[in-house]
Design a protein around this ligand. Sequence first.
Ligand code: FES
Length: 131
Amino acid sequence: MSEVRNLLKTSGYSERAIEYYENHLNVGSLDNPDAQYMFTGPCGDTMEIFLKIASGIITDAKFQAIGCAGSFTSGSALTKMITNKTLQECEKLDENDVLNHLGGMPEQKVHCSRLAVLTLKKAIEQFKKKE
Ligand code: FES
């Protein structure tokens, strides 16, 4: 087992979260995104989300973060969860949905899923204003 995997496991990250972290799931950016938003949470970590949207459906989602493993696992989970979902469905998501998808997070990292959700909501909000 790699040292990083071992560290994440002993910190309380789920197997799914570790897998996302190791594979950098959906980490990156999109050319000419329909929505893009960068948001800094109260902890000082920053996330940027890029969305492709067609007929009210998110067809592709990527993110970048300057942050902790919690922000990366949350960003991966959220971008996976919202792909091929309607904007309406995505607007209803909250941090508990992200935590459930991941199978939990270390207690002190629960707020990281909020950063991902807030960044998404701001991106959608801005997209709707543009329309
Ligand atoms: Fe800030 Fe994780 S500690 S997002």
